[in-house]
Design a protein around this ligand. Structure first.
Ligand SMILES: [Mg+2]
Length: 370
């Protein structure tokens, strides 16, 4: 029998990593109950293989203070995988196992996720497939997207939300966690009158409230018709989230962006902490961690949305059976030459280039180098 045409393509072999740190301006700044973000500290990775295929990915370290250490951690992982066969999920597991005693959360978890995403990107590029298609999607899925707004005052948010609706968004998200409920009511009314009744309005206080205060406000949010309440209390307080969800069942509670790995998502599901989940591609462990989390959410019947990383999340959600919505907040846009998802009529579509399709704008990367 002739097996000639049935042989699998050979593995790529990891050569080395090129890691760069940039502080990208966030313009206009992103306002939150935890203060404004004027800069997005990003670590950019080019994973080079012996075969000439390069895998690319990026992560967001929130604080410039964490940027250098995360970049250094990622760079230090390079020699540990040089010469290895590039089997994305298997290589990620092997690498993580070497840090079992240290633990794989925090900055190390971010560095590991960065590599995982670059492994998958390289594998998809070698197969000449968009990542979504490598993961089994058709690639032309339309993923409902909402505009994550940056403003804080009623006036700014009315203007910004009006622009989002004019651009085709059918849902917007506001940062909440104002000192008083009255202030939030004013902001909500301004946005409602700017977007009209057909637009879903989601709110995110970024962990601002105690459990009793969250429950008190949640009753009002439900009366106003808020679409979901995101992280009302401290992210790690699963029981507190569950209490809020139980106390106000007509208001969906959303969380998940601060859960580490599929294990974190499993813990949230076990605690019935929320009726919706939105893992962060970086904190959940890259593509490998995302797909494990997606299986857990699907089996539990919990709709899954994304957090940041629109270029990557569009591919992941396209391949997620229980997908809900993509958070549209394009922090990396100033340093990208390609890779942005398509957007039309309220939905995003993953890019059709190979892998995530990310290409750096080298001039911008040099300009914003940390
Ligand atoms: Mg959030």
């Amino acid at each position: 029998m002739d097996h000639g045409s049935a042989h699998a393509a050979p593995f790529l072999t990891v050569r080395d990593l090129r890691v760069r740190a940039v502080n990208v301006p966030v313009d206009p700044p992103l306002q939150t109950s935890r203060g404004p973000f004027r800069l997005a500290p990003l670590v950019l990775l080019d994973l080079r293989t012996e075969e000439g295929v390069t895998g690319r990915a990026y992560v967001f370290t929130y604080s410039p203070a964490a940027l250098g250490p995360t970049a250094a951690l990622a760079a230090n992982l390079g020699p540990m995988i040089a010469g290895e066969r590039l089997a994305p999920a298997a290589l990620s597991r092997t690498l993580a196992a070497r840090f079992q005693l240290l633990g794989t959360e925090g900055l190390l978890g971010i560095a590991l996720a960065l590599l995982d995403m670059a492994f998958w990107d390289a594998a998809a590029r070698a197969a000449k497939l968009p990542l979504a298609r490598l993961l089994g999607a058709a690639g032309d899925e339309r993923v409902p997207a909402y505009a994550s707004l940056r403003g804080w005052s009623a006036g700014d948010l009315a203007e910004e939300s009006g622009r989002a609706v004019a651009a085709g968004f059918r849902a917007v998200k506001l940062k909440f966690g104002h000192p008083t409920l009255e202030a939030e009511r004013e902001v909500f009314r301004a946005v409602r009158s700017a977007v009209g009744d057909g637009t879903d309005i989601l709110v995110d206080p970024n962990q601002f409230f105690s459990v009793p205060e969250a429950i008190r406000r949640a009753h009002h949010y439900a009366d106003w018709g808020v679409g979901w309440l995101e992280e009302p209390v401290r992210a790690g307080d699963l029981r507190g989230h569950a209490e809020v969800a139980r106390a106000v069942p007509r208001l969906p509670v959303q969380r998940g962006e601060n859960d580490w790995g599929p294990e974190g998502i499993a813990a949230s599901l076990a605690a019935h902490a929320s009726s919706l989940l939105m893992p962060d591609a970086m904190k959940v462990g890259g593509v490998s961690g995302w797909m494990e989390a997606a299986a857990l959410c699907k089996a539990a019947g919990v709709p899954m949305s994304s957090h940041l990383f629109i270029e990557i999340s569009a591919h992941l959600l396209a391949a997620t059976a229980g997908r809900d919505r993509l958070e549209w907040l394009d922090l990396a846009r100033p340093i990208l030459a390609a890779g942005s998802p398509g957007f039309a009529e309220g939905s995003a579509t993953p890019g059709d280039g190979p892998g995530f399709g990310l290409e750096w704008d080298e001039e911008a990367v040099a300009r914003y180098a940390a």
